[in-house]
Design a protein. Structure first.
Length: 267
């Protein structure tokens, strides 16, 4: 407020959008005012009341305007962000820290409803940016990177039965060291928490054995992540493992701690 012009005339001369007189408006709001006229707080209250009275019409009008002015809106947002980048970043971080659960829930819901085709197109269009961002994040968070590596290694050891080290497994591991290839677990070592009916299962763990491993291109493995569908996907994966010889009886064993593993013998 202190940096704003004190009169409308000064605002017009400097090209400012707002001015602040320090005096209350006729509704008692001591707020900044638009150069075009009107108290900012009054205008927001009017807009909120108008939206509450007819939200459907308001949303339709907003969508129509956004569709007709898409490039202009994007350009203005970029310009605004470029002018005040650090303040916007700090504000975003502060909001995220104060609303972790809300942000997490929103992100999960957003990505769950994101069209897979759009997700793939976005990743393809931003592949280089994501790679650079990943490198910078790992440099800034070495402790978290190490902790993840330790958890991953522990999960791998925990999922390795005594008979897991076979010539076939070593051949698959060697193939996955080729440029651009990753070692993929068909049933992930550690999938997220899932629900089967009303029961919450702690996690899903595939064994670290040849029949549950495959060399996979890095992009495909990264997009797959540690996702696991407890319905049809699990049935399809177990059928695949059965054909490969891991699940000799084509079944899963549910342990007392809620951990599910593909189980069988490896040759």
């Amino acid at each position: 407020m202190k940096d704003l012009p004190k009169t409308r005339k000064e605002a017009l001369e400097t090209g400012a959008k707002y001015f602040f007189t320090g005096k209350p408006c006729r509704h008692g709001h001591t707020s900044k005012r638009y150069v075009s006229g009107g108290c900012v707080t009054c205008y927001r209250a009017y807009s909120n009341a108008r939206y509450a009275a007819d939200p459907d019409t308001h949303c339709k009008a907003s969508r129509a305007y956004n569709a007709a002015n898409k490039e202009r809106i994007i350009a203005k947002r970029k310009e605004y962000y470029a002018k005040d980048k650090e303040r916007i970043k700090a504000k975003s971080r502060a909001y995220g820290a104060a609303n972790k659960e809300r942000v997490s829930a929103y992100s999960k819901e957003y990505y769950a409803n994101w069209d897979p085709a759009l997700r793939k197109a976005y990743r393809e269009a931003n592949k280089e940016r994501d790679r650079v961002w990943g490198q910078e994040w790992r440099k800034k968070n070495p402790d978290r990177v190490k902790a993840f590596a330790h958890r991953r290694r522990a999960a791998e050891l925990n999922a390795s039965p005594p008979w897991h080290d076979t010539p076939r497994l070593r051949a698959i591991v060697k193939a996955s060291t080729e440029p651009g290839m990753h070692l993929d677990h068909i049933l992930p070592l550690l999938a997220p928490w899932i629900k089967i009916g009303r029961k919450k299962v702690r996690h899903v763990s595939g064994l670290h054995v040849a029949a549950n491993l495959q060399p996979l291109p890095g992009d495909a493995n990264s997009s797959k992540g540690n996702s696991f569908d407890p319905t049809q996907a699990s049935i399809d994966q177990m059928r695949l493992l059965k054909r490969k010889g891991l699940a000799a009886k084509g079944r899963c064993i549910a342990h007392a701690n809620g951990c599910i593993v593909g189980y069988g013998t490896d040759t």
